[in-house]
Design a binder for this molecule. Structure first.
Ligand code: ACO
Length: 438
């Protein structure tokens, strides 16, 4: 229904007038930052016994669950900023740890602050040796995301003091531990899947260099490639935060019970694992494998349009134009392929993108490539197996999860997360003894 313009005698106000046609009563609720408070609707009742009006919003399509100062996204214009800084500038000028500091602390670090931050993280990269024993008990073919999920959850038992979430100094050390140990656990998950002995952290290497070394070094033979390391650094920066996505909401929701940060981040890893979220980069490669050849693309597109399949790596709940991260990743892909040689699947991906961007089905639904469309191809070229891609996403997203967890804890308006429901089940009925059941 088109809004009725104000009459000359009316004054514009930041409120919403509501007439409850069930009772004829009128209400005025405040509008602030383009939002009304759902709790303001609770006063709207048909009788004293009535619970009050609720909103129904499955999948939070139109509900702000928090106020946040971390990441800004304009999905229609393809804009992404961390703490106000455009993602393109951060990807060009910063290291991953600098961006992690920015996201968590709110400002870019000074040289002294960055030195301390890098030092603290570098000196917490080791994991308790029992973690390595614990990893041994996973099957040889265990999915690395399952391994990472279990290992991060297990970390909480090694640092029971992490439960003291009220103490800022304690929160700091746990954040440092998580960011520092994530590459170690990620690399161990990789080595486990290949039956390789673990390569322990080296403090003389940078964050990315150390991770790559722990992953790929065999007998001291690994030759670091600065172009590939820079590409990985950019990819991690692009994944560092993305406001209230599925995994971040999971971290906030689980963290709202005041559990320790390792358990809250493990919940984020679990959410990221799914193919509609971080698991999509793995699904893109599976899809490209299934298509197999450029000549099969039109048939595949028809299948997608018929609803029998999805074009993985396309579409986004928030971006209704080209995902800015996908644009940057596409550039990185060419740097990487210059080093590693062209991946034949890139040709299929480029053609798929071209056809999809010109097709009415995708145009009408505003479906564009998302961050996962090209990232998998790059990871594969770097030597990571398909089922490992989401682990790299988790590595990048860890600072974002921690920043959002911290923000949630400090927010006086937040409480334990507890949505409402509309009960649609059976009304009260009496127990039926087994012999009388149908
Ligand atoms: N391929 C084909 N059709 C699609 C796709 C796709 N990838 N994505 C959405 N659509 C269609 C839907 O079928 C729907 O069509 P309809 O209106 O005819 O029913 C319409 O576009 C709207 O889609 P929704 O599912 O309502 O969009 P939603 O915001 O719920 O989903 C999501 C977003 C989950 C990302 C979806 O686009 C998708 O499944 N994409 C593929 C998986 C993927 O790449 N995920 C990674 C997301 S980025 C990330 O998590 C890091």
């Amino acid at each position: 229904m088109a809004p009725t313009p104000l009459e000359d005698t009316q004054v514009a106000k930041d409120t919403l007038s509501i007439t409850d046609n069930r009772t004829g009563k009128q209400y005025e609720v405040a509008v602030s930052e383009g939002t009304i408070k759902a709790m303001d609707l609770r006063q709207i009742k048909t009788s004293d016994e009535d619970f009050g009006l609720m909103t129904y919003d499955p999948a939070f399509m139109n509900t702000a669950s928090c106020r946040s100062a971390i990441t800004f996204i304009d999905g229609d214009r393809g804009i992404l900023r961390y703490r106000g800084y455009p993602i393109e500038q951060l990807a060009e000028h910063c290291t991953f740890l600098e961006v992690a500091y920015l996201i968590i602390e709110g400002e870019l670090p000074s040289a002294t602050q960055l030195d301390k931050w890098v030092h603290d993280i570098t000196y917490h990269t080791y994991v308790h040796t029992n973690i390595t024993k614990f990893l041994e008990s996973f099957r040889y073919d265990a999915h690395p995301m399952g391994v990472l999920l279990g290992a991060v959850g297990a970390l909480s038992t090694f640092y029971p003091e992490a439960k003291d979430i009220e103490d800022p100094a304690n929160r700091y050390i746990q954040r440092v531990r998580l960011i520092a140990k994530m590459p170690t656990l990620a690399a161990f998950a990789f080595r486990h899947s290949r039956g390789l002995p673990y390569e322990f952290p080296r403090n003389d290497l940078g964050y990315i260099g150390n991770y790559v070394n722990m992953t790929f070094n065999i007998g001291g033979q690994h030759q670091p490639n600065p172009v590939l390391q820079k590409a990985l650094e950019i990819l991690l920066i692009l994944h560092a935060d993305h406001e209230q996505n599925c995994s971040t909401s999971a971290v906030r929701s689980v963290g709202s019970s005041h559990v320790d940060p390792f358990s809250a981040v493990a919940a984020g890893i679990a959410a990221l694992y799914g193919p509609l979220h971080g698991g999509a980069n793995e699904a893109v490669l599976t899809m490209l494998d299934e298509i197999g050849d450029k000549k099969n693309i039109p048939g595949f597109i028809e299948k997608v349009k018929g609803g029998a399949d999805k074009l993985m790596g396309f579409g986004h709940r928030v971006y209704k134009s080209y995902d800015p991260r996908a644009k940057l990743i596409k550039k990185v892909a060419y740097d990487v392929f210059n080093q590693t040689g062209l991946n034949p699947k890139l040709e299929i991906a480029l053609e798929l993108e071209k056809i999809a961007l010109e097709d009415e089905y995708f145009i009408k639904r505003k479906l564009y490539p998302n961050v996962d469309f090209y990232s998998g191809l790059i990871y594969q070229a770097m030597g990571y197996p398909t089922d490992y891609f989401t682990v790299l996403f988790a590595l990048g997203r860890t600072p974002g999860w921690l920043a959002q967890w911290e923000e949630m804890l400090k927010d006086k308006e937040q409480k334990i997360s507890r949505p409402r429901q509309i009960y649609v089940g059976a009304a009260q009925r009496d127990f039926v003894p087994m012999a009388m059941r149908k």
